[in-house]
Design a binder for this molecule. Structure first.
Ligand SMILES: [Zn+2]
Length: 550
């Protein structure tokens, strides 16, 4: 009898202690508002994490009673979301921008020149490269000419890339002391879609458009691995401070692919990188050899194709001429036969094709091409990057072609001051029509195109939901009927962005079994009538704490 009682007591003690201890996990975040973004959009209190994965999400008591964690974080009722994804960014371009003259935000031509002069005083170099100027911030609609630049810099090459990355202003020294013009003129096919703008007397103005920039970039100084590594670390911290845990890197050269692989291997990069390869011969060979490729946080299964240029430099390919330049329609920057060849390679190796496609003519062409692929592979998820000008009658083809729209809401509010001049009032119904695009396709991937626009996701939310920039312009919003909801915008930066990268089984929501890639934010994510800053408080990627304000 005594023995029986003892064994009952023992069994009771074991069951109590196992209940007290619970199932062991690495981390429990509790006392939070966990926005799961699951099918019912439920908001829970707590989440348990083990081996980099989410084990369970639920009410406070349920999680605290069930699990015993090595670490507990009391979130103080702060909001928790899946890590944000920038579905279209340029890490490598940003790293190089940081190492060259930063011209972002220049309010005048003079200010641009002053910044270059300061850089020259600090750096002994025969070739100065800078980027980020936007003449619309100087109150100028027309692209600038190089007289002042040539005067200030008579004996050193200067190349200053416009904010959109599709044109540059160079000085006369660069044009006369190098073979760049001859190189482009002697091989027009190779540089098709590129040009040196000239004045009425056929003298180059210093503005270089699209593919004609290639031989100039080839002359620019190369940065060391150490310089690039330091820059990329800074960029990663900046991204994490906004709660961005993943970037779809829109165009990787083969040499940069090797660098990124190294950074992922040796732990320099914690970010999830979804890489789109530039379709060079080396990268095509990589795709043929590796197929769909994953290495730690790096995933590669797509090519980035530049089909046309940008509206700002009139390089976007339009159906009818530019309203402010009736003899120009823009151009394809890659001949259509070449685009078609890359599409065939994508089909062969099982890669996604992500096409920079801005003008309405380009969008129509690409949708026709995607439609063909859709017939054999309805889940190809080939993307239209930017989708800025699409004629209303072509919109239906988005769904019919299975063409996944990848858009950047900040572009609409960055371009709003001059876009009507370029395309005229009668075509404004087809510009930056993100609401219509979303209604048509059902989902959209959202990014920023940093450093060619601002990476701050809260500026993106303001631009998408209010159609205003961070200084709340224009009043009432630009084409306000194209606003999307906060919920849609957040999905575009999480779940839908993960779908645009075939990663919806690992990322995009806070649900059992997915990666513990989650962010505690300082403030609730909401829409405000005026722009409000917000930042991450703590960031986890696959359960590892990679950023914290403390
Ligand atoms: Zn881009």
């Amino acid at each position: 009898m005594k023995l029986l009682l003892a064994s009952i007591l023992l069994a009771f003690a074991i069951s109590v202690s196992s209940c007290m201890k619970g199932e062991s996990v690495d981390l429990v975040i509790h006392n939070a508002q966990v926005h799961t973004l699951n099918g019912s959009n439920s908001i829970e209190d707590a989440v348990a994490i083990k081996d980099g994965k989410i084990v369970e999400v639920g009410p406070e008591r349920q999680i605290l009673n069930k699990f015993s964690a090595d670490e507990y974080i009391d979130a103080g009722r702060k909001v928790v979301y899946p890590g944000l994804i920038d579905a279209h960014g340029h890490l490598m371009a940003y790293a190089r921008q940081k190492l060259s003259v930063n011209l972002v935000g220049c309010r005048s031509y003079d200010e641009m020149v002053v910044r270059v002069l300061k850089y020259k005083a600090r750096n002994k170099t025969k070739f100065i490269i800078g980027s980020g100027w936007d003449q619309s911030l100087w109150g100028e609609e027309e692209l600038p000419t190089n007289e002042q630049l040539s005067e200030e810099f008579p004996d050193v090459s200067v190349a200053l890339v416009r904010i959109d990355g599709h044109s540059m202003l160079v000085n006369d020294y660069l044009l006369t002391s190098t073979d760049v013009i001859k190189t482009v003129e002697t091989d027009p096919e190779k540089y098709e879609g590129g040009q040196f703008l000239c004045n009425e007397d056929s003298i180059p103005t210093g503005m270089v458009i699209d593919n004609a920039m290639t031989p100039i970039f080839a002359l620019a100084p190369k940065f060391s691995t150490k310089e690039l590594t330091d820059a990329i670390k800074e960029i990663q911290t900046e991204l994490l401070s906004y709660g961005i845990t993943g970037v779809h890197e829109a165009g990787i050269e083969n040499t940069d692919l090797k660098l990124i692989e190294k950074w992922v291997e040796n732990g320099v990069l914690d970010l999830n990188i979804y890489g789109m390869l530039i379709p060079s011969e080396k990268n095509i060979a990589f795709a043929r050899k590796n197929g769909v490729y994953t290495n730690k946080n790096l995933s590669i299964r797509s090519f980035k194709v530049y089909a046309d240029g940008a509206l700002g430099s009139r390089g976007a390919f339009l159906k009818e001429p530019y309203s402010d330049k009736p003899d120009e329609t823009g151009h394809l920057t890659t001949p259509f036969e070449e685009i078609d060849r890359i599409a065939t390679i994508c089909e062969e190796v099982g890669y996604q094709m992500n096409t920079h496609s801005i003008g309405d003519s380009t969008n129509k062409l690409m949708l026709q091409l995607y439609k063909r692929v859709f017939k054999t592979n309805p889940d190809h998820r080939w993307r239209i990057e930017h989708a800025q000008i699409i004629e209303t009658t072509d919109l239906g083809a988005l769904a019919a072609a299975g063409a996944f729209p990848s858009i950047q809401p900040t572009h609409a509010v960055t371009d709003h001051t001059w876009v009507e001049k370029r395309i005229g009032q009668s075509r404004m119904d087809r510009a930056y029509s993100y609401k219509r695009i979303l209604d048509e396709f059902g989902i959209i991937a959202i990014g920023t195109d940093f450093p060619f626009d601002q990476m701050d996701p809260f500026k993106t939310i303001h631009a998408a939901t209010n159609r205003m920039d961070h200084e709340n312009r224009p009043v009432g919003g630009f084409l306000p009927e194209q606003k999307i909801s906060l919920d849609e915008c957040i999905k575009g930066m999480t779940l839908w962005a993960s779908m645009a990268a075939f990663q919806e089984n690992e990322l995009g929501t806070i649900e059992d079994g997915k990666d513990a890639t989650i962010v505690i934010f300082e403030d609730p994510i909401a829409t405000y009538s005026g722009f409000k800053n917000n930042f991450a408080n703590t960031v986890f990627i696959k359960g590892k704490k990679v950023y914290s304000v403390e």
